[in-house]
Design a binder for this molecule. Structure first.
Ligand SMILES: Cc1cc2nc3c(=O)[nH]c(=O)nc-3n(C[C@H](O)[C@H](O)[C@H](O)COP(=O)(O)OP(=O)(O)OC[C@H]3O[C@@H](n4cnc5c(N)ncnc54)[C@H](O)[C@@H]3O)c2cc1C
Length: 355
């Protein structure tokens, strides 16, 4: 049997992982990306142990480890005052850490590994339409028609592939405006810690290391930097912006030989830092199924995982951003107790690292 002709739509972390995994296993896909060049956005920072394990056979985990910041602990503050410090680096094994790396650098490592196998990303190529029948899938790219046996829609939250398949993307959008800042600082206390600042009004500001003296500040407020309740010795602001959070999941991850993976299939708040990691896991699973011709089980395997992740992420968001005084007191008490108990610290770290 000859290898299927595979098209991957989108060269974000999901599409690049799928491309790399297929290429590594002998199927060279066609990859199209509507952006003109690689991304320079540092959206996802946290890379979890599970993703590192999945990226080990391709060698990408090793290159990520050589550049990323291993995050040592999570520090929580009530407004500006520290209330808990929780160790995240107590587990044995090179991958059992939370690694901090800007998303564009993770994408560069995936892209380089794919290109090293002879792969190519066609930048500036946008999928315009898609239809399938018993003999294959017809797509229109930049106004030209092409045929493929299999298509992976890794084209993000506003997926053209999902729309072409008329798959409902069920969920809701959060009312508040979130903000993000990518800053370079002269100095910052605890440069290898994830820091969460709980505000009185249900606000939360998170500071995560991206690189040496470079940090991501993210808040469920319109302006992340003024919302930070402690001074930050900022030398340069690389990027500042706003975004809305949608919490949604595609009703179906596959129709015939067309599949959805990553944000095209699911999206949720950045609390918990799961989005990119979930996309990487979808991509590895799907690539394996394409190689072994077992794609029929893809939806049944990945849809429940996406559902569970969305549920956990929403539960964490509700607790962290609640304005209810009793819930806020409970959260602070839990964090203070965890601070004092090595056993609870370990359990908390397992939840954060998804171990
Ligand atoms: C502020 C912020 C912080 C985050 N932090 C984290 C974190 O710490 N950890 C984590 O795991 N996740 C995090 N996420 C989520 C993470 O960024 C996403 O889950 C991840 O980017 C999804 O990857 P993807 O490849 O599925 O989609 P995308 O990254 O959106 O890539 C889709 C690609 O498809 C291309 N495309 C779209 N339509 C077409 C078309 N018709 N034809 C061709 N190309 C097309 C797009 O240009 C894009 O490059 C964060 C997100 C945000 C916004």
């Amino acid at each position: 049997m000859s290898a299927p002709k595979v098209l991957i739509v989108g060269a974000g972390p999901t599409g690049l992982t799928a491309a790399l995994e297929l290429a590594r296993r002998g199927i060279m896909p066609v990859v199209i990306e509507k952006r003109k060049t690689g991304s320079n956005l540092s959206r996802a920072v946290g890379i979890l142990p599970r993703s590192m394990n999945l990226l080990t056979p391709s060698g990408v985990a090793k290159t990520i480890r050589s550049e990323a910041i291993p995050i040592q602990r999570a520090l929580f503050h009530k407004r500006g005052r520290p209330i808990a410090s929780i160790k995240l680096n107590t587990f044995k094994g090179p991958n059992k850490r939370l690694f901090g790396l800007p998303q564009d650098r993770t994408e560069t490592h995936l892209y380089d590994a794919f290109c090293a196998l002879g792969g190519k990303v066609n930048y500036g190529a946008e999928l315009l339409s898609l239809s399938q029948n018993d003999t294959g899938i017809s797509v229109s790219i930049l106004g030209k028609a092409f045929r493929f046996d299999t298509v992976i829609g890794a084209d993000g939250v506003n997926s053209t592939v999902r729309d072409a398949l008329h798959i409902p993307f069920i969920g809701y959008e959060l009312p508040e405006l979130w903000s993000i800042a990518d800053v370079e600082v002269k100095s910052w206390k605890a440069p290898r810690a994830f820091q969460g600042f709980l505000l009185d009004d249900g606000g939360v500001v998170v500071v995560v290391p991206l690189a040496k003296n470079r940090f991501r500040v993210i808040a469920n407020r319109p302006h992340a930097l003024p919302a930070l309740p402690v001074p930050m010795n900022i030398r340069h602001i690389n990027r500042i912006g706003n975004f809305k959070v949608s919490v949604r999941q595609a009703e179906n991850y596959q129709v015939g030989r067309v599949f959805l993976a990553g944000d095209a299939a699911h999206c949720h708040s950045p609390i918990g830092g799961r989005g990119m990691n979930l996309g990487i896991a979808d991509a590895v699973d799907l690539a394996e199924r394409i190689v072994t011709d077992t794609t029929d089980g893809y939806h049944d395997a990945r849809h429940p995982v996406g559902k569970k992740t969305i549920k956990q992420s929403e539960r964490a968001r509700h607790v962290i951003t609640s304005t209810h005084p009793a819930l806020r007191l409970l959260l602070r008490t839990l964090l203070r107790t965890a601070h004092r108990s090595p056993l609870l610290q370990r359990r908390f770290a397992k939840v954060v690292l998804d171990l």
